[in-house]
Design a protein around this ligand. Structure first.
Ligand code: ADP
Ligand code: ZN
Length: 360
């Protein structure tokens, strides 16, 4: 078991990472706050697998629990569904001291987090992320949001949890593709800040694939530490936090061009990192071997590393339409060697096109 402390002044909290943690959530939460009402928000897939053990543990520790079970899927991340959460909170008699617990993937975390951030101007929030993506990405950083028809995550708030519980064993029931897509963000953390983490994944790839709980606990903990260090320095995304967007400029373009149907987020970011690596190589920041290293580790987990030819022109158009394109120049997160980032807004369009074309 590992504990990563997130140091954000009076909003500091611990992330506990290990195996078989779900049965001790109640006791741990009781150490943080006395008996009170808890809304356990989850989805229909996760509920039968993990809600009973969390529910029992909370009740045994003296909490009064109401489970709220939503259909799975990104289309739940709306203000309408947030409103049904407020309705349920009110019916259950929740006050400002009541706790919202999110048990599920990023969708449940974002939605329950947003409801917790806004109900009575903010109530305590606990995350129990059950997808790898949510464990290494959205559970650290305090971003909560719902989607708008005009864009994803357009309505949101920063709201830090009071505790996060990451159980490596819950990954066993996750579909392999979901697991591998989540792994992309973990690998990304290695590329941007920690070559040791990258080496660890390279050397233990078989154990990672087999979901060895000790290996996964170590990898997740390191990944969480890296994201935490970035978030501690730049909680509200003024600067440094941008480095977490490595691979995301092209990744987001691909996702939006394919209407969020062809690629999972992590899969789009995998190809996006390949493009970013090649931009780095064209600029002389990375070697051919560095690019090959990207391709090897992503291919090892059957992640997409190539674009189709017809996507190139569309991606060029899309990235320049993107909100990050201020006055025609793109702000790109690139690597200056493995483990080190640079932000560049002077990369010629032709270099970008060449790198994207080489990725097809
Ligand atoms: P993400 O974390 O990738 O944003 P979601 O919240 O949409 O994803 O979860 C992806 C899918 O995986 C959903 O259908 C969800 O119900 C399901 N899911 C989440 N966690 C688990 C788990 N541990 N085992 C099986 N299915 C899960
Ligand atoms: Zn991402």
């Amino acid at each position: 078991m590992k504990v990563v402390h997130i140091d954000l002044g009076d909003r500091s909290y611990d992330i506990k990472i290990g195996r078989d943690l779900l049965g001790t959530v109640g006791g741990d939460l009781a150490d943080l706050c006395g008996p009170r009402k808890v809304a356990l928000v989850t989805d229909e897939n996760v509920e039968p697998l993990y809600a009973p053990v969390v529910n029992d543990s909370l009740k045994a520790a003296g909490f009064e629990v109401t489970p709220i079970v939503l259909p799975p899927g990104e289309d739940q991340k709306t203000l309408d569904v947030a409103k049904t959460l407020y309705d349920r909170f009110i019916e259950f008699g929740m006050d400002r001291k009541s706790v919202a617990v999110a048990l599920g993937g990023g969708v449940i975390g974002d939605l329950a987090g947003f409801a917790a951030a806004t109900y009575m101007r903010g109530i305590p929030f606990v995350q129990i992320p059950t997808t790898l993506l949510a464990q290494v990405d959205s559970s650290v950083g305090g971003k909560t949001a719902v989607d708008h028809t005009r864009g994803k995550n357009l309505i949101g708030a920063f709201h830090q949890p009071i505790a996060v519980f990451i159980d490596a064993n819950v990954l066993r029931t996750l579909p392999t593709e979901e697991f591998r897509a989540g792994l992309v963000e973990l690998i990304k953390h290695g590329f941007i800040r920690d070559e040791e983490l990258l080496k660890f994944i390279e050397e233990n790839a078989d154990a990672v694939d087999a979901l060895d709980p000790d290996i996964m606990t170590k990898a997740i903990a390191r990944s969480v530490e890296i994201k935490a260090a970035v978030v501690e320095e730049d909680e509200k995304e003024h600067g440094l936090r941008a480095i977490l967007n490595y691979g995301h400029t092209v990744g987001h373009a691909i996702e939006s061009l394919t209407s969020y149907t062809k690629y999972r987020h992590g899969e789009a970011v995998a190809v996006g990192m390949m493009c970013a690596a090649r931009m780095g190589r064209v600029l002389g920041l990375l070697t051919d071997e560095d690019v090959a290293r990207h391709e090897r580790i992503l291919s090892r987990f059957d992640l997409p590393v190539r674009l189709s030819g017809e996507e190139i022109g569309l991606i060029m158009e899309q990235i320049y339409r993107d909100k990050k394109a201020v006055s025609g120049t793109l702000r790109l997160v690139l690597l200056d060697g493995i483990g080190k980032t640079v932000i560049r807004d002077d990369v010629p369009k032709e270099t970008i096109r060449q790198a994207i074309a080489e990725t097809s």
